[in-house]
Design a protein around this ligand. Sequence first.
Ligand code: MG
Ligand code: MG
Length: 270
Amino acid sequence: MFRRRIQIKTAEQLELMRAAGLVVARTLAVLREAARPGVSTGELDALAEATIRSEGAVPSFKGYQGFPATICASVNDRVVHAIPSRDEVLSDGDLISIDCGAILDGWHGDSAITVPIGDVEPDLLEMLRVVEDSLWAGIAAARPDGRLTNISHAIETTIRDLGPYGIVEGYGGHGIGTEMHQEPHIHNHGRAGRGPRMTVGMAFAIEPMITWGSPEVVELDDGWTVVTLDESVAVHVEHSMAICDDGIWVLTAFDGGRERLGDLVTARQR
Ligand code: MG
Ligand code: MG
């Protein structure tokens, strides 16, 4: 089988990716504050674009294969890739996944958060903690000389240990660098010890997504929005991260991953 090479970044190039990652982190922080009952996903989208451009960066989603917006705004049974709209107003009890990407100096950052709106059912907040735990377990499984599916396996086992959630198939993480989506694809499930060997200089976007019910999803007629078939609530989170010679660097986390990764994090964050 033909396999494209995985792009390897120098330390200097990872510094540039960090700058792009921080643009995304700051944008998502602004959106987390702004997301509340009565606000439309279209307003969040406009705020995201203004924030990214104010930093001299460019929204990477806008125009990507024809996508019309700066963020994906996936509310409740929307899993990923939902198009924001001025007609879609957030209500108390909603869960919104906001996925955002930016390009700075030719390098990409890509990250997603899921934000509870007002008073959200405790079971759903627990599901959000589970998907976040699985994201960090996946990040922690990225090591030089490890095999790629160690990440997939860590995500899946973390979720399965914590509850009977649906693990969505067919969507997942990816390499990232001078393009948003690069080799390799990273499944959110699977056996460990397979796939390419990871090395220093690789950068990945890791993005688990889980559902309250069945893992089955369908794409709507708009050609983008992915929804759960049983209309159960889904959650999705993502970070871009890099493997450095002295540890892991979470490029889209303000603290580089220090709080969640401890000693696994790169020395500059310790
Ligand atoms: Mg993303
Ligand atoms: Mg992504």
